[in-house]
Design a protein around this ligand. Structure first.
Ligand code: FNR
Length: 349
């Protein structure tokens, strides 16, 4: 199967399998404040993704490129929506364009549509230093995501089977590139120990890519003759994974993502410790089912709603939202207790 065909299969199957509501957000409750002592106009939404300053806490996460004109159009629309709200945006894996130069423009369209934007490149952990440099130059990327997707590869009929030395390759890239490196999962989540290993090689930002939203085991199982159904419920829910990543240490900038579908999910991810929140499948669905105008409308709505919630909570900025008290219950509480991650630090601050 050609890479270009696979890109389109991923979009089609992501829309068909949809978003699961299993990311754990129902386990998080804000503690209501009757005296927030704040006015809506004081609320500011700017934040940092690792070393990058961004004006929105939400960004469009890696999805596509490399599938000819259809993926070029999607990327142009996503870039236009990101520009309207001054949000950061990631491109999908650029390996297709490294293998086939005719695909380069399906990625560069994002830089053309959003010349001053914060645009993040994307490659897998099999990438070499030279490939990483070329990917950054291709779109004048402000940062590079390296994705970890072991379960997706194993489920993919034509996927990788050898995952040795990924950490070493990432370390080489971190040391050789001038832009920040963000290591991300793709919907299976990251645990504390993984984040600790990444910190030890100089990675300063991780995107947890938690379980509970777009499900790449199900997507790839749809492309197999006999399904690896044991991977369908595999992964660390997003809420758990954000807390796991934060528990790895203060030095890490955490991006919360995986199954984020509304402003409340975003506020909860930030209260768990995320500096910013990435959304992929939910935005893709709006774009493909409605149009770019509908996506822009939704993005305005979400930003307005986050500001409303921050007002109710008395949080003037994202740093203060990260400190509001929350109650963690259910499966998320159980998981964190088993992993000796203290949930009272969230409820009694
Ligand atoms: C993705 N995702 C992804 N991630 C990545 O690092 N490189 C990639 O090329 C892609 N490709 C891709 C295609 C499509 C169609 C979707 C929907 C997603 C994964 C994405 O960035 C994200 O980590 C997961 O989708 C989980 O987030 P959501 O979709 O639940 O918000």
């Amino acid at each position: 199967m050609s890479r270009s065909k696979r890109k389109w299969d991923h979009i089609r199957l992501a829309l068909a399998t949809g978003q699961e509501r299993k990311a754990g957000f129902e386990d998080i409750t804000f503690i209501h404040q009757s005296l927030p002592n704040i006015s809506l106009e004081q609320v500011k939404l700017d934040t940092r993704i690792g070393e990058l300053s961004v004006s929105s806490p939400i960004f469009i996460n890696a999805m596509t490129g490399g599938g000819g004109d259809r993926t070029k159009e999607i990327n142009r629309d996503l870039a236009m929506a990101a520009k309207e709200l001054e949000m950061a945006i990631s491109v999908g894996s650029q390996m297709s364009a490294l293998k086939d130069p005719t695909e380069v423009e399906s990625y560069q369209v994002i830089r053309q549509a959003y010349p001053n934007g914060i645009i993040i490149g994307n490659l897998g952990s099999e990438a070499t230093i030279d490939q990483a440099k070329t990917a950054v130059e291709m779109i004048e990327a402000n940062a590079l995501q390296i994705h970890l997707n072991v379960v997706q590869e194993l489920t993919m009929p034509e996927g990788d089977r050898n995952f040795c030395s990924a950490l070493k390759r990432i370390e080489d890239i971190v040391k050789s590139l001038s832009v920040p490196i963000i290591v991300k999962e793709v919907g299976f989540g990251m645990n504390k120990e993984t984040v600790t290993k990444l910190l030890s090689i100089g990675v300063s930002a991780v995107d947890v890519g938690g379980f509970g939203g777009t499900n790449f085991a199900k997507i790839e199982n749809n492309r197999r003759e006999s399904a690896f159904s044991f991977f369908n419920d595999w992964g660390i829910p997003t809420t758990v994974s954000i807390a796991e990543a934060k528990a790895a240490g203060r030095g890490v900038s955490v991006i919360g993502s995986g199954g984020v579908q509304n402003s409340l999910d975003i506020a909860k991810a930030i209260a768990l410790g995320a500096d910013a929140v990435g959304v992929a499948g939910y935005f893709l669905k709006i774009l493909m089912k409605e149009r770019v105008e509908a996506l822009v409308k939704e993005l305005h709505l979400i930003h307005g709603e986050i500001a409303m919630m921050m007002t109710a909570l008395g949080a003037r900025n994202i740093l203060e939202l990260q400190q509001v008290p929350i109650i963690i219950s259910g499966n998320t509480h159980h998981w964190l207790s088993e992993r000796s991650i203290d949930t009272k630090q969230y409820s009694q601050r």
